[in-house]
Design a binder for this molecule. Structure first.
Ligand code: NAP
Length: 252
């Protein structure tokens, strides 16, 4: 299979142990990248992902860290650098989702959502960007959501956090473009992972019905887009957001 230009590169995938992040980790390793699989607390899931990559002949290691916490991010990047090498490819994928109306959107939920989904992307990007600039090579992909692009009255904090990720993507991309560092985002639609556990099946059925392709996405549908954005096939792209939603959201 094509190595997409990522072979031998060190990739850090936040939330790389489950769902979309697991598929990204697996596809990057299959293309020859050396993959740091970050997770917060589910050690078994991280061990399973790393085990699957190694069984397939790839290189991966698991790193526990809460990416919303400054000093845990600092330690994470130090550990990855010592064990695998400096980070060339970063995927800010770790995220949380709450389904509920404005009455349930407390200040606590707001802060936690912004911290885990948005501040984490800032912290990890800032921990690796100067090294990328020094080496004249770096790729960052932020996993946003179509929730950033349409009103989401049942997930206000989440939608705001993802819109923030797109703002971060566009501005950081322009700042570091002259230094050989590209920053892009992907905005997935509905993807079958554990993050949807608290959403009623009837709601999910309605969303699939509203999707022109009439199906829920799989983690692989997003991982392919991420690998494209990290690899050489997208070498003239930066600051962009690619939507992968089965046609549910289309941009002009
Ligand atoms: P998931 O299956 O729930 O997996 C979440 C991953 O993030 C896990 O590896 C989890 O690790 C990790 N994580 C959560 N909080 C963390 C923290 N503070 N520090 C480090 N790792 C943390 O979710 P998913 O559906 O794959 O979502 C991945 C990304 O895609 C998220 O940013 C999400 O917003 C976005 N997205 C998902 C959908 C969808 O429909 N699924 C749609 C649009 C966008 P532990 O297991 O150890 O907690």
């Amino acid at each position: 299979m094509s190595d997409h230009g990522v072979s031998g590169r060190v990739a850090l995938v936040t939330g790389g142990s489950r769902g979309i992040g697991r598929s990204i980790s697996e596809q990057l390793a299959a293309a020859g990248a050396r993959v740091a699989v970050n997770y917060r607390s589910d050690h078994d899931a991280a061990a399973s992902t790393v085990g699957a990559i190694q069984s397939a002949g790839g290189t991966a290691a698991a790193f526990a860290a809460d990416v919303s916490v400054d000093d845990e991010v600092e330690r994470l990047v130090q550990d990855v650098t010592e064990e695998l090498g400096p980070v060339d490819l970063l995927v800010n994928n770790a995220g949380i989702f709450d389904y509920g109306g404005h009455q349930e959107t407390t200040a606590e939920l707001w802060r936690r959502t912004i911290d885990v989904n948005l501040t984490s992307a800032f912290l990890v990007s800032w921990a690796v960007k100067d090294g990328m600039i020094e080496r004249g090579y770096g790729r960052i992909v932020n996993v946003a959501s179509i929730a950033a692009l349409r009103p989401r009255p049942k997930s206000i904090a989440y939608a705001a956090s993802k819109a923030g990720m797109i703002g971060l993507t566009r501005s950081l991309a322009e700042a570091v473009a002259p230094d050989g560092v590209r920053v892009n985002a992907v905005a997935p639609g509905l993807i079958k992972t554990d993050i949807l556990t608290d959403v009623d099946q009837s709601v999910l059925d309605g969303l699939v019905e509203a999707t022109p392709m009439k199906r829920i996405g799989q983690p692989e549908d997003i991982a392919g887009v991420v690998v494209f954005l990290l690899g050489d096939d997208s070498n003239f792209m930066t600051g962009q957001t690619l939507v992968a939603s089965g046609g549910r959201v289309t941009l002009p």
